[in-house]
Design a protein around this ligand. Sequence first.
Ligand SMILES: [Zn+2]
Length: 309
Amino acid sequence: MLKNLFDKLWYSERGTVIAVVAISMTVLIGFAAMVVDIGRLAAARQSLVNAVDAAAMAGAREFAVNPGTDPSARESAARQQALACAQSNGIAESDLTVNIMNNKVSVDATRNVSYMFAPVLGLESGQAAAHAAASAGSLVSYKGVAPLCIREQLFAYDTLYTIKFGSPDSQGNFGALALGGRGSRTYRDNLINGFQEPVHQGEVLDTEPGNMSGPTDGIDERLNRCTDGCTYDHFKPGCPRVLIIPLHREDSLEGRDTITVTGFAAFFIDRSSQCASDEIKGYFVRMAGEGDIDVNTPPTTLYGVKLVE
Ligand SMILES: [Zn+2]
């Protein structure tokens, strides 16, 4: 019908101008349609990018916190997490590929977008695609550490530890760190909120000499801030009951001394057994934090996950 109209316009004497106008309008409408549909395609791609990023991170996080299990179980758990995360973001399983290789979880997804206007130009739909990969490895920096340090050792999981304030070079003791300045106020702030600058592996930190009147005060504040009923084997990411403690290998520390950070341990504070002011009870836990990672270094209790692609 449109063709008939054009034919008539072409062959009518006065039709040339009308034809030019009609063709111009068709072209304009076509461009407008493309702009709208390209916008829709771009929006679909952005939401897909966000979804695959989240899925890759979820997979890598799962991969990181299961270092003990056998490789195939670990991979399949990571795959399940990535799939579940992608699906909760609206990606159909059939549009999704998850690959796991060398600590790296790769996620690819596609989504068909039906065009609203472009069918005028004979285009029915377009496809948005996105790719992301996240790796798990040992964390080499962390923002939010507690102003405490513990000598590096083999930590047992599912075991209640009592770490005592004292000479931090003996096993089972922790020492205080002066992060961002000395004094009990800074120490208390850091204990409650975590030190707000990243601490790196290999970094030299000052110890805080003397007994900082016990950490109980700040520890109680942290305990009160957790309102999710977390337990050491089931806690929410970012739970305030988890302290991230820098590790060191120094043999003897006296007064104002320094340590070189060799890694980080995650420690879940246990509420029920909290008692003396110079000790903290809790469990060392496996946890995945976000920060710079080294995929080649054997991880401590604190794994890192990072988007790498
Ligand atoms: Zn919590």
